[in-house]
Design a protein around this ligand. Structure first.
Ligand code: ADP
Ligand code: TZD
Ligand code: MG
Length: 574
């Protein structure tokens, strides 16, 4: 068709892509603009899609990923070519590792220049680079393919085990015109992009039979169960069987941490003795020492509920694999449970309760022992006290000691409110997750950040202030990575590899952008500042001074940290 002589109204790739996103229910795009996507973002805003502009693509990608985790719909991250694309790619890879659905849409150079390697402005063969880091990668070369390209990206992101999808849009495609009517007619929404997947009944029977045989059963809840929004089914299973449960970090709150069957504070006991362990949306990866070794009962048998068939036996044999989506799998199991008389033996529950009580007393002593300067525990006690009044708040958490101690001290009471470093233990998710959670939910966020961790995305405090988001950041400032008092082993004037600026005033950063700033040195000051900051619902940052000497190297995963036997290393414990 000749568009000019027909005088037909035209659209172009840029407009049609926005129309396709809108048609698919996209409410927000997180990104950083520049050539060739600036007008795309403008047009998105024009048609009522919210555009949140960041200071670095990695944070935009993290915001998109967390929005995917919270909503089961892919979060959208928009990046410019080459360097912008690469900056966002870390977040895409991280989302894929975590099983969060997101789509990174990136402008890219035209194929003729890239394929002949002729040197374009920000030229890079992006799609091939993205492939190993993404669950799927597609390129849209023609406006006529936009509807299918977007549908494929959405389906790939949310079906099965969710993940990050890369969608490459060339500069030429963005400005290529097309008959507007034909373009509108091409749009569609994929039907049932994340279909229910029921497990087969033999698998369910095998699992229930094994569970019924257990003397010391345990249920481990992972972030897959949180993603699947399986809290009602999980509660029914847990409460009807009386089996103790252990939440993985981001599954905290799926059932409340103060639930009488929560075994979090008896972790060593339940892993060391559990004889049948049912994994619900949790992989047997490094976070569970691969289901092997001295932490585990050598005779343990596993039941595993997961949507990804290849996950089974990935680290060790699984006695009863149940492949299906968690909600459907649990529904079927619960319906058939009565035939198997599954009841947790009382002696096992009593043994767990005894350990829980002993450990609670120990923890209480740590929390209430005053020190000057503060340590992680007496500071986090103040945070946890204030948060009792905010059980609906999102808690973003990263760092090493800051991460591990917050996880242990601050209880979660509702599903999907705890957002942290996830499967990779990655620093830099902090501000992106905080912004993504605040924008997606409209609710308040508290981000408890190690001073090093905060630095990875700290410039996004400007973004938080610019959009007036109700985010309160607590920087646990011990002056370094793990600790702030390490020496330079060469004796030189340079700070040690783990050191950051002593007495740094992170509160001044948010002041620069009009946020509320606090500097605290005692638990009481922290309590007062946090109460004030949360009540204001304004962007706020509390610089919380922690003793530089108290951090443990690598937090709770020091065992993974190789230590040289050839040269002296600073002491491990603070
Ligand atoms: P954690 O880090 O909390 O232990 P992981 O990220 O290791 O959790 O494991 C999450 C698991 O949940 C993944 O193996 C993923 O395939 C699975 N999963 C995600 N969504 C679903 C779902 N809807 N149904 C079943 N399994 C799911
Ligand atoms: N880079 C990235 C992207 N992720 C990482 N996990 C690291 C580096 C290594 N790393 C950790 O594993 S924790 C951490 C780094 C740099 C920071 C710990 O210091 P912190 O927390 O100040 O954030 P604490 O409270 O001082 O332990
Ligand atoms: Mg630190």
């Amino acid at each position: 068709m000749n568009y000019i002589t027909d005088n037909a109204p035209l659209t172009d790739g840029m407009h049609l892509l926005v129309d396709a996103l809108k048609r698919n229910g996209v409410e927000t795009i997180y990104g950083v603009v520049g050539i060739p996507v600036t007008d795309l973002a403008r047009h998105a805003q024009e048609v009522g899609i919210r555009y949140i502009g960041f200071r670095h693509e990695q944070s935009a990608g993290n915001a998109a990923a967390v929005s995917g985790y919270l909503t089961q719909k892919p979060g959208i991250c928009l990046t410019v070519s080459a360097p912008g694309f690469l900056n966002g790619l870390t977040a895409l890879a991280c989302a894929t590792q975590n099983g969060f659905p997101m789509i990174q849409i990136s402008g890219s150079s035209d194929r003729n220049i890239i394929d002949l390697q002729q040197g374009d402005y920000e030229g890079l063969d992006q799609m091939n680079i993205a492939k190993p880091f993404a669950k799927a990668a597609y390129r849209i070369n023609r406006p006529e393919d936009i509807a299918v390209g977007v549908a494929r990206a959405i389906r790939a992101a949310v079906s099965g085990r969710p993940g990050g999808v890369y969608l490459d849009i060339t500069t030429a495609m963005l400005s290529t015109t097309m008959d507007a009517e034909a373009a509108a007619a091409s749009l569609f929404t994929p039907i049932d992009p994340a279909p229910k997947q029921y497990p087969c009944s033999n698998a369910v029977k095998r699992a229930l039979k094994l569970l019924a045989s257990a003397k010391k059963p345990l249920i481990i809840l992972g972030k897959g169960a949180a993603y699947a929004q399986a809290e009602n089914q999980v509660r029914t299973l847990v409460e009807e069987t009386g089996i103790p449960f252990l939440p993985m970090s981001m599954a905290k709150g799926l059932l409340p941490d103060d639930h009488p069957q929560c075994a979090a504070s008896a972790r060593s006991l339940v892993l060391g003795q559990g004889d049948v362990v049912m994994l619900i949306g949790a992989r047997l990866n490094w976070l569970l020492t691969h289901g092997k070794g001295k932490k585990w009962n050598p005779a343990v048998q596993f039941i595993q509920l997961d949507i990804e068939p290849e996950e089974m036996d990935s680290n060790r044999p699984i006695a009863a694999p149940v492949v299906g989506d968690i909600v459907s799998s649990l529904e079927v199991m619960i319906a058939k449970m009565d035939n198997f008389n599954i009841q947790c033996p009382k002696e096992w529950r009593d043994a767990i309760d005894t350990v829980k009580q002993t450990n609670a007393v120990k923890m209480q002593a740590k929390l209430t022992t005053p020190t000057s300067p503060m340590n992680y525990f007496n500071a986090l006690k103040a945070v946890s006290d204030v948060m009792q009044g905010y059980k609906d708040i999102y808690l973003v958490n990263e760092g090493a000691n800051t991460l591990d101690d917050t996880r242990n001290v601050v209880n979660m009471y509702r599903p999907r409110l705890r957002l942290d470093t996830g499967t990779w233990g990655v620093m830099g998710i902090g501000m992106g997750y905080a912004i993504g959670a605040a924008v997606t939910s409209g609710k308040q966020v508290i981000a408890i950040e190690g001073d090093s961790a905060f630095g990875f995305s700290g410039m996004e405090v400007e973004t938080i202030c610019r959009y007036h988001l109700p985010v309160t950041i607590v920087v646990m400032n011990n002056g370094g990575i793990y600790r702030g008092n390490d020496p330079n082993l060469g004796g030189g004037a340079d700070p040690s590899p783990t050191s950051l600026t002593p007495d740094a005033r992170y509160d001044k950063m948010i002041e620069a952008f009009g946020g509320m700033a606090y500097h605290v040195t005692t638990p009481d000051e922290l309590r007062t500042a946090l109460t004030d900051a949360l009540a204001s619902r304004k962007p706020s940052l509390i610089n919380c001074v922690i003793d530089p000497a108290v951090g443990t190297e690598s937090g709770h995963i020091g065992n993974l940290n190789p230590k040289s036997s050839l040269s002296p290393t600073p002491p491990k414990e603070g």
